[in-house]
Every structure is written in C-alpha cells, then in structure tokens.
Design a protein around this ligand. Sequence first.
Ligand code: CAA
Length: 260
Amino acid sequence: MELNNVILEKEGKVAIVTINRPKALNALNSATLKDLDVVIDELEKDDDIYAVIVTGSGEKAFVAGADITEMKDLSTIEARKFSSLGNKVFRRLENLEKPVIAAVNGFALGGGCELSLSCDIRIASEKAKFGQPETGLGITPGFGGTQRLARLVGTGVAKELIYTCKIVKADEALRVGLVNKVVEPEKLMEEAKAMATAIAANAPIAVKLSKVAINRGIQCDIDTAVMYEAEAFGECFSTEDQTEGMTAFVEKRDKSFKNK
Ligand code: CAA
C-alpha cells in the first residue's frame, strides 16, 4: 500500500488516519482523496481494528478544504468528476462499518469541515475553526456540505454558515451541535484515543449494527427506521458476543468480546 498524502497507523484496536499535506494545510487534492480511498479499503479488511480516528498533520489545520489550486481551472465535467470522487470517498467513510472519530486539530474548512461531517463523532481542539467558505470562492460545497451539515445542525444554521462563509471557533461549533466535545489542543489525541478505546471495549458487531441502523434510519420515516433497528437487534442474537455480553453480566464477571 503506497501512500503519499495520508498516514495510516494502528495502535491496538484503533487505527489513526492522518491527512498529511501540512505545507498545503492538508488540502484535499485528487491524490489525497485516492490515498484515503485506499486506506478505507485497508480498514474495511482489517477485522482487528474496531475504531478509527481521522486527524490532520501539523499544528494549524485538520484540512483547509479541497485543493483550490487543483480546482481553479477545472471544466464543468472535471469539476463534477472531482466532486464525485470526494463524495464517493466520504460516503465510503460514512458507511465504513466501524466508528470513525474526527480529531479536529485546526482549520476544518470546506472539504475539511465536510470530511469531519462524514465521521461519526467530532472532537475539536480549542484551536479548531469550522466553516464552509465555498460561496466566497464562487462555488457550492462539493463534498457533502449542503447535505450533511444541514442534517447535523439543521437547515437554519447550515444555510447561515454556507451563505455567509462565516468561520466559527470550536466553542461556537459546540453550541450549534457541530462537534461533540472541545478539549485543550494538547489533550486532543488523548481524548480521541480514550473515546476510541472505550468504543473498542464494546461488542464491535453491536457497534457496527448501531451505526448502520442510525445511518439508514435517519434517512427514512420512523416506521421503516424502527424496522431497521429491529433487524439490527435480531442480528446481534446470532453473535457469540451477545451470548458473552449477557452471560458475563449474569455471572457477574468481566466480558471478553471476540468480534464474532
Ligand atoms: N487549497 C490549496 N492550498 C491551500 C488551501 C486550499 N484549500 N488552504 C491553504 N492552502 C495553502 C496556501 O495556498 C498556502 O500555500 P503556499 O505556502 O504555497 O502559499 C499554505 O496552504 C498555507 O496557507 P496560508 O498561507 O493561506 O495560511 P494562513 O494561516 O494565512 O491562512 C487559511 C489559513 C485561513 C486556512 C487559508 O489558508 C485559507 O483560507 N485557505 C482556504 C480555505 C478554503 O477556502 N477552503 C475551502 C476550499 S473549497 C472546497 O473545499 C470545496 C469543496 O467543498 C469540495
């Protein structure tokens, strides 16, 4: 697996994915998106990884957006292809059957904010800044911002952010529900790893099925959504981990999940 702009590390059951183009504030060009696609292939295959953290390299940025230098002279067809590539990769991340935490260490603008929105949970450093500056560049958000931001924070706040290009600090992002938690910069990775480890201690299949049920259910009417939930719940009862979790509770002993 040859990667130039993304680093993949594994620490026990947790994978850390670092977008690594610090000189361009980790801006997402096609090459970086393709690296991320390859990393997702690897994460999908690895049954020993139970949780994933996505972060940016360097002090300043999580990801400062899609690469403006690459986009500047695109034709209509090329721009659509670029948006489709970003959307394909981010959708794969959103649908990855493992929980993904964005550890937002700095600027999360445009495609960077959208990358964080494709993750399940966002933890922000006090230094993080969020925004969708696209309309100021003469374009719309292109990697899911018009869709996921509105679903997460509601259409009013999403429209305000997208129409005004306002950049909000971490505390404001927390207030509007864009992030789950804000921590001191030096505690960011510690917090993200602690959350990932806490998640990894639970039954991975149950966590995965919860993610699938939430992601599917949020898109449909409540009657269909609760059917997805019942399906997920039932499927858990075909796993060894359900037997282990409940038996350990009844026997008042520590549980040991096997991802089976
Ligand atoms: N694309 C390409 N290069 C970028 C970039 C981006 N999105 N963001 C920063 N860079 C580059 C800069 O060009 C600069 O490169 P050089 O050193 O070669 O000049 C380097 O990163 C450092 O950036 P700055 O000197 O600008 O750093 P700063 O501290 O003065 O400003 C910033 C930081 C406010 C984040 C500023 O860099 C900025 O505004 N970046 C662009 C943010 C943006 O508009 N993002 C949205 C892009 S559009 C998009 O993402 C569309 C989509 O949805 C698909």
